[in-house]
Unconditional design. Structure first.
Length: 237
């Protein structure tokens, strides 16, 4: 079980800023269920949905950014859980880029790879590994997308969402699994003890030029788009 509790380069939970956050929230004084819930809701709603400069960033950097997507939010989620002695592991996938359409628009969507590296976090709770993916979109962003499509029920793909229940996706943690992009999964890479191990074996396939453009131009445009949606502006796919 130590492999699911260890600190790593990416899961740097001894970082002073991470420890200060934990102390300020009083999470150590909670039972396991309340620790998981508190961390989960913090990651979902206080670390806003957005695109960082890379997938493989240390948890302390993601906390400093204050935003993230599936992989980066998952890294911070894992670091906080391990700091609270809750075992967790990393499950890697790819997702089809179609679920990002709307959050990513125009030339940037056209240039995006067909498959995007994706992950969720598995947490050992009451003797069972539970899947946590529902933290990717902050609720304000999710609610604004739902407002854009008030009559839509059932399956929905786009704006960072791939669900079979658009009107009530499984993003509230009630002791089981949470999902928001599961229906867009293309390939399953399996389970890894930590994100460091996963990213040594799998990373987003981009040329050096595309990687530089993404870091310095593309993601900023994407984040502005996401912020406009969060603030109630309708964005066409």
């Amino acid at each position: 079980m130590d492999a699911f509790l260890d600190q790593t380069l990416l899961l740097d939970f001894q970082n002073p800023n991470i420890q200060e956050l934990i102390d300020s929230r009083g999470w150590r004084g909670f039972n396991v269920e309340r620790r998981i819930r508190g961390v989960y809701e913090f990651i979902r709603d206080e670390i806003l949905f957005g695109y960082n400069e890379d997938d493989a960033l240390p948890a302390s950097r993601i906390l400093s950014d204050g935003y993230g997507q599936c992989n980066t939010k998952g890294i911070l989620f894992m670091a906080l859980l391990r700091a609270l002695d809750i075992p967790c592991r990393f499950h890697g996938f790819t997702i089809h880029k179609a679920l990002q359409k709307g959050a990513i628009t125009g030339i940037w969507y056209t240039l995006a790879p067909k498959e995007i590296v994706h992950s969720w976090v598995e947490v050992l709770y009451e003797g069972t590994w539970r899947n946590f993916e529902g933290f990717i979109l902050d609720l304000k962003y999710l609610r604004e997308v739902q407002t854009m499509f008030p009559e839509r029920k059932g399956s929905f793909c786009g704006y960072g969402i791939a669900t079979d229940c658009f009107e009530a996706p499984a993003v509230e943690w009630t002791g089981g699994n949470t999902y928001i992009q599961k229906e867009g999964i293309e390939r399953d890479y399996g389970v890894f003890p930590d994100p460091d191990t996963f990213f040594r074996e799998h990373s987003q396939s981009l040329s050096i030029v595309k990687r530089v453009v993404y870091k310095n131009i593309t993601r900023h445009s994407m984040n502005k788009n996401v912020e406009r949606i969060r603030n109630g502006f309708t964005i066409s796919r």
